[in-house]
Design a protein. Structure first.
Length: 394
C-alpha cells in the first residue's frame, strides 16, 4: 500500500500516514502474495487430483466408451475439471495460509520488512494487500461452495461420472431397498428419487415406546400435494391388537385397499435428495431443506451457515499467517520457528474442518460450528497485528 507522509507535528516524534488503498506498493505486494497463494493452490490441487484419479483411472476411462484416444483424453480432462470444483473448496484455506507464509519468508529474506518498519509503518498500516487478497480469495471460496461444487456434483450424478455418479445414482434400482427412519415410523422401500415416490414399500408404525402398532404394505406411495398426506396404492394395512388385549382368532387385523392416504412424516424434497450429503446440494435446495419443519437434520443448517462463513476463512488464515510470521521470524529465518508457523496453519485448517463436522453431526449448534473458527481467526489476526505495532520499537 502506498502511504503518504503528513507533516510532522511540533513535538510529535512519530510519523503519521494516510492509507492509499490501491497504490503502487499495494498492487505490487498483493500481486506477489496472490502469486504465491496461486502456486501453492495449484500444487495442492495437482497432488489431490493425482491421488483421486490414480485408483480409479481405469474405471473413468471405461466410462468414456469407445471414443478413441482423443475422446478418452477429453473425458479425463472433464472429470478432472469437475473434481477440481470440489477439491478447491477443501484446499483453498490451507493454500491461503501457506502462500502468505511463503510470501513472509521472502519478505524477511529480502529485508523489505525491516525497511518498511524503519520507515515508521506498523504491521497494521501494511494490511491493505492482505485485505485485498483475502477478500478476493474469500469470494472464490464462497463461489466454489455455493455454485461450483454443487454444479459439478450434479453433473457427475446426471451422467454417472466417477464415485459421485455411482454413489448418488438417482435411477430406480430394480432390487435395492433402502431403510428410512422417521418419528414413530420405519420405512423400507425402493426409492424413485426423480419423482419423489416409494416403490414396493413397507411402513412399520411404532408407538412412543417402540412397540409396533401397525404395518402398511403397498406397491407405490407418493405425496398428495393437495392434502399433505402420502397416497398408498394397491396394498394392505395390518393393525396390532391393543397392548394387553386377549387374542381373538375371529378378529381380522389386516385389510386390503386400492388407495389410502397416510399421514407419513416424510418430506418429498428430502426424499428426492436422500443419500446426498448436504454440502453437495444446490443452494436453493439446501436453503429449502434447512428451513423445513419435517426435516430434523442439523447437517442442512450447518452447511447453509458454512457456505456463508467460509467467505471469511481465507482472510482469517491470511491475517494469522502474516501476524505469526511477523512475530516469530520478522528479522531472520530460523528453521524451527518457520516450521512451527507452517504447522500452525495446518492445525488451523484441521481445526476448522473438525468443528464444521461436529456441527454436521449435531454435536454443536450449526451457526457456532460454521462461524466459530473463521471469526476467531480474523479477530486473533487483527489483535496480533495491533499488538505487534504497539510493541515494536519506534
Amino acid at each position: 500500500m502506498t502511504l503518504l507522509f503528513e507533516d510532522q507535528r511540533a513535538g510529535d516524534p512519530q510519523r503519521h500516514f494516510r492509507l492509499i488503498p490501491f497504490g503502487t506498493y499495494t498492487r505490487t505486494l498483493a500481486l506477489s502474495q496472490a502469486g504465491h497463494v496461486g502456486t501453492v493452490l495449484t500444487a495442492l490441487l495437482i497432488i489431490a487430483l493425482t491421488l483421486d484419479l490414480a485408483p480409479r483411472a481405469e474405471r473413468i476411462v471405461g466410462e468414456a466408451g469407445p471414443v478413441g484416444p482423443i475422446g478418452v483424453t477429453a473425458h479425463l480432462l472433464w472429470y478432472l475439471a469437475l473434481r477440481s470444483c470440489d477439491t478447491i473448496t477443501l484446499v483453498l484455506p490451507l493454500a491461503c495460509f501457506l502462500g502468505i507464509w511463503w510470501s513472509e519468508i521472502v519478505f524477511t529474506q529480502s529485508r523489505e520488512r525491516i525497511a518498511i518498519w524503519n520507515g515508521g509503518r506498523s504491521p497494521l498500516q501494511s494490511i491493505m494487500p492482505l485485505l485485498i487478497v483475502g477478500i478476493a480469495l474469500g469470494a472464490l471460496q464462497a463461489t466454489a461452495l455455493i455454485i461450483l461444487r454443487p454444479a459439478a456434483v450434479a453433473t457427475q450424478i446426471e451422467y454417472g461420472i466417477g464415485d459421485y455418479g455411482a454413489r448418488f445414482n438417482r435411477s430406480l434400482h430394480p432390487t435395492g431397498r433402502r431403510w428410512i427412519t422417521l418419528p414413530n415410523h420405519m420405512v423400507q422401500a425402493r426409492i424413485d428419487y426423480r419423482h419423489a415416490r416409494l416403490v414396493d414399500v413397507q411402513v412399520f408404525e411404532l408407538s412412543d415406546g417402540g412397540r409396533m402398532t401397525g404395518r402398511i404394505t403397498a406397491a407405490t406411495a407418493e405425496p398428495d400435494r393437495e392434502s399433505g398426506y402420502w397416497l398408498f396404492r394397491n396394498g394392505s394395512r395390518w393393525v396390532a391388537s391393543a397392548e394387553g388385549a386377549v387374542p381373538d382368532a375371529t378378529t381380522r387385523n389386516e385389510r386390503g385397499f386400492t388407495e389410502e392416504r397416510v399421514a407419513l412424516p416424510l418430506d418429498p424434497l428430502w426424499l428426492s435428495n436422500f443419500g446426498i450429503e448436504a454440502r453437495y446440494l444446490p443452494q436453493s435446495v439446501l436453503s429449502d431443506l434447512a428451513g423445513r419443519p419435517l426435516v430434523d437434520d442439523p447437517s442442512y443448517r450447518t452447511w447453509w451457515h458454512v457456505r456463508l462463513a467460509q467467505a471469511f476463512l481465507p482472510l482469517g488464515m491470511i491475517l494469522m499467517a502474516s501476524a505469526l510470521a511477523a512475530q516469530f521470524f520478522a528479522q531472520r529465518i530460523a528453521f524451527k520457528p518457520t516450521m512451527l508457523v507452517g504447522l500452525a496453519g495446518y492445525f488451523m485448517h484441521i481445526l476448522n474442518n473438525t468443528v464444521v463436522w461436529l456441527g454436521h453431526y449435531g454435536q454443536l449448534p450449526p451457526a457456532l460450528a460454521a462461524w466459530f473458527v473463521p471469526l476467531v481467526l480474523n479477530v486473533c489476526g487483527m489483535i496480533l497485528l495491533v499488538r505487534l505495532g504497539r510493541s515494536r520499537p519506534r
